[in-house]
Design a protein around this ligand. Structure first.
Ligand SMILES: [Zn+2]
Ligand SMILES: [Zn+2]
Length: 467
């Protein structure tokens, strides 16, 4: 015990000097800096979370490997005499989940709020991701207990991964002399599409013909100016400095053979708050929004933000995800059925180059070219914080670009200087500038060669990519 405490003190001392100790390994369980810090907080509450499993370790036959681990939750703020809540120094987690209540006399069903987790500890059962909301509605709330347990686990898992990501991002920003990220709110079980009268009725994902519960995540700043393509986000309900919304899931996880992954007798619901990759990716948007600010939101009115994401934004978020998971296989067991060659695959170790760029295509898929190039560079630079500082510096430099039309009193960069025509080229140029400022250009040749392998160079605009 004493040795481990001493180790932790040494670790914290090194951290305070801006030195990060990373024990290399395939699984990021060996990468848990803030666990070491948490263990110094005598009464930090215990929690169940998923630390991650590589995609190839999980199939329908080995689903028993999917087990939560016990960690301590750092950075929570506890008021005297009150229970622990998932409200911390850097973020809060709230739960918009809906339970099904049946009136015993009339037999009528109503939607009632799950409320937020609180207590002495957060050791919830993941409940195989919980039932989808409509399934629980169909069985008149008989799955309420599992729905609640899975939702609570999701709240905790979201807090853990989001806090861990913000801690790391803020440590990079501090080292660069930049200000820390503003407060984040993470909502779990958002847009679960209850059809019942009562709490959050008809809060659905309406991007397709039939409304349904949200199966993914997104990051939103308040906006009543732009249409939000199928989602409702009343500005008066939103945290001014940004929210991550994680849906409640609407499908089941399958393995490489197409078989459902069954855990404790239930097919596992693809619950976004159980998925570290989705959580971290969306927190990545909080980082990118408040550093690079590609949509120049800092010069818009507080409730008139633009939530559009450019390819480089999506790719950078996947980069932060790979960094935090210490693996390019970011979707892990949640996408066990996906092959590296699948169009939707966002593994940073895939073969995508600008030849695969699709004009006006999906920014996540095009962004995979950028994230893969960054990941290649990180590996070439030794696979550690040095590359992460470079990427963060690049984002900070984008945020510093001044208006080229002073009368407009805002930066024109995103709309006119970058657009989606040459953002990778601009990204590479900014990366080289960051390298000059941070490392006196020591990595210039390495950066140019690494990006050239992915088809990105200083001359070719994105409009020339693809076929
Ligand atoms: Zn939303
Ligand atoms: Zn995204």
């Amino acid at each position: 015990m004493k040795t481990s405490r001493l180790f932790n003190f040494v670790l914290i001392f090194l951290l305070s000097l801006g030195v990060v100790v990373v024990i290399k390994g395939n699984n990021f369980q060996t990468y848990n800096l803030e666990n070491a810090i948490a263990s110094e907080i005598e009464d930090a509450p215990q929690a169940h979370v998923y630390l991650g499993l590589p995609q190839n370790q999980v199939s329908a036959k080995t689903a028993d490997k999917i087990k939560p681990e016990v960690v301590k939750l750092p950075n929570l703020v506890k008021k005297p005499g009150e229970p622990w809540r998932l409200k911390g120094k850097q973020l809060e987690v709230v739960n918009y989940g809906v339970l099904v209540e049946k009136d015993e006399k009339t037999g009528e069903l109503r939607g009632v709020p799950m409320g937020n987790a609180e207590g002495d500890s957060f050791l919830y059962d993941p409940g195989s991701g919980g039932p989808t909301f409509w399934k629980n509605e169909k069985v008149e709330g008989k799955e309420n207990d599992r729905a609640l347990s899975a939702a609570r686990f999701g709240e905790v898992n979201a807090y853990y991964h989001a806090d861990r990501t913000l801690t790391y991002a803020n440590s990079l920003l501090a080292e660069l002399g930049e200000k820390p990220l503003p407060y984040l709110r993470v909502v779990v079980n958002d847009h679960s599409c209850s059809r019942l009268p009562g709490y959050r009725q008809n809060d659905c994902d309406r991007r397709s013909d039939e409304p349904r519960s949200f199966g993914g995540g997104h990051y939103r700043l308040p906006s009543d100016r732009f249409d939000d393509e199928g989602f409702e986000h009343p500005v008066e309900q939103m945290n001014l400095t940004g929210e991550v919304h994680l849906g409640s899931g609407n499908d089941y996880i399958k393995d490489a053979n197409g078989d459902r992954v069954v855990v404790n007798g239930y097919p596992y619901n693809e619950n976004p708050s159980h998925n570290a990759a989705i959580i971290i990716h969306e927190v990545g948007h909080h980082i990118v929004s408040h550093t690079a600010d590609f949509r120049e939101n800092q010069n818009r009115k507080p409730k008139e933000n633009s939530n559009r994401k450019i390819h480089m934004d999506e790719g950078t978020c996947d980069y932060w995800t790979a960094v935090m998971l210490n693996s390019p296989d970011i979707y892990e067991w949640h996408r066990a059925g996906e092959k590296l060659t699948d169009k939707s695959n966002r593994n940073l170790d895939g073969s995508r180059t600008t030849a695969n760029f699709v004009q006006d295509g999906d920014p996540h898929e095009n962004g995979n070219i950028w994230s893969s190039a960054l990941w290649d560079l990180r590996q070439a630079m030794g696979g550690d914080r040095k590359a992460d500082l470079l990427v963060m510096k690049t984002m900070a430099l984008f945020g510093e670009i001044e208006a080229d039309n002073p009368k407009a009193k805002r930066k024109i960069l995103r709309n006119e200087k970058i657009g989606q025509k040459d953002e990778f080229r601009e990204g590479l140029a900014m990366l080289l500038k960051a390298d000059e400022l941070l490392y006196t250009g020591a990595n210039r040749t390495l950066i140019l060669n690494t990006f050239a392998k992915r088809g990105i160079d200083l001359k070719t605009p994105d409009s020339a990519f693809g076929d």
